[in-house]
Design a protein around this ligand. Structure first.
Ligand SMILES: Cc1cc2nc3c(=O)[nH]c(=O)nc-3n(C[C@H](O)[C@H](O)[C@H](O)COP(=O)(O)O)c2cc1C
Length: 259
């Protein structure tokens, strides 16, 4: 049975939680799944103090490591993760943002390769910025963003629009189940390759200051590879990446030391 982890970034069991439950109900109609819910509010994660230790010394030195590590382990053990949040001022809640901040080290040292993430949001509308932000984080960690489901205030919808939302939930539930079945890593695109090279450049430049990054990149042999995992990069893409990385390096050299 597939394991789904639902991370709830609302401070209460309100509309967002209900939207997640509706989505899970539909998942279960496609195929029975085992679900674990995490209310981020129950973890009472304190503010990020900005010490940068997660990046410089390692995530285990973070003052909230126990809580963050526990959630991260749950993510790694699931077949699919639901990241949910209401829309707050056209963005995620502070609770969800704080959780994302604690995973910043994964931008530097990604490890969620192939993990499937799905976004659920509730609010009046304007779900785009919420999903754009969540997707950007997920992809930076190495994960796969499957899709996002925005559920407007359900109980006040017209019958016609409710049908539309229900159909959206059904279609996206099928999509998420299908995505969880695929075990292969995603095909590379130019953007992913480019970001890999930018982070490589950062890790090299930060040899002294970002010691943990440099150690990790060396240990993983990423300084000598085309990507985080084994991929075939065609000659044209290779030339384009070399050129683009050269341009990026030139820009960085004009601004920062060490590049
Ligand atoms: C502080 C705050 C900011 C909000 N900002 C927005 C917003 O920008 N756009 C929107 O459509 N709804 C906004 N809302 C409404 C919530 O997104 C909406 O009521 C949501 O369904 C609440 O989810 P919950 O029941 O899980 O808390 C806001 C609500 C709060 C409390």
């Amino acid at each position: 049975m597939k394991k789904v982890l639902a991370i709830i970034g609302s401070p209460r069991k309100g509309e967002t939680y209900k939207a997640v439950c509706r989505f899970i109900e539909e998942l279960n109609k496609v195929e029975q799944v085992q679900v674990e819910y995490i209310m981020l509010s129950r973890y009472a994660i304190s503010d990020c103090t900005g010490c940068h230790n997660c990046i410089k010394k390692g995530e285990e030195t973070c003052h909230e490591n126990v809580k963050v590590h526990e959630i991260q382990d749950k993510i790694k053990n699931a077949d699919g993760i639901i990241l949910s949040t209401p829309v707050y001022n056209q963005h995620v809640t502070a609770l969800m943002k704080k959780f994302m901040d604690y995973l910043t080290f994964l931008w530097h040292r990604p490890s969620m390769f192939g993990v499937k993430f799905f976004g659920v949001s509730s609010g009046g509308g304007m779900f785009g910025p919420v999903f754009k932000y969540l997707k950007m984080n997920v992809e930076s960690w190495g994960g796969i963003w499957v899709d996002g489901l925005g559920v407007p205030h359900y109980d006040t919808l017209t019958e016609k629009f409710k049908d539309k939302v229900d159909e959206d939930i059904r279609a996206k539930a099928r999509k998420f189940i299908k995505a969880m079945e695929v075990k292969t890593l995603p095909r590379l695109n130019f953007s992913r390759l480019m970001w890999f090279n930018i982070w490589k450049m950062n890790a090299e430049a930060g040899k002294e200051d970002l010691k943990k990054d440099y150690e990790h990149w060396s240990k993983m042999n990423w300084f000598n590879t085309d990507y985080y995992y084994d991929v075939k990069v065609g000659i044209l893409k290779r030339i384009a990446i070399k050129f683009a990385t050269g341009m990026a390096r030139m820009f960085m050299r004009r601004v920062y030391k060490g590049y």
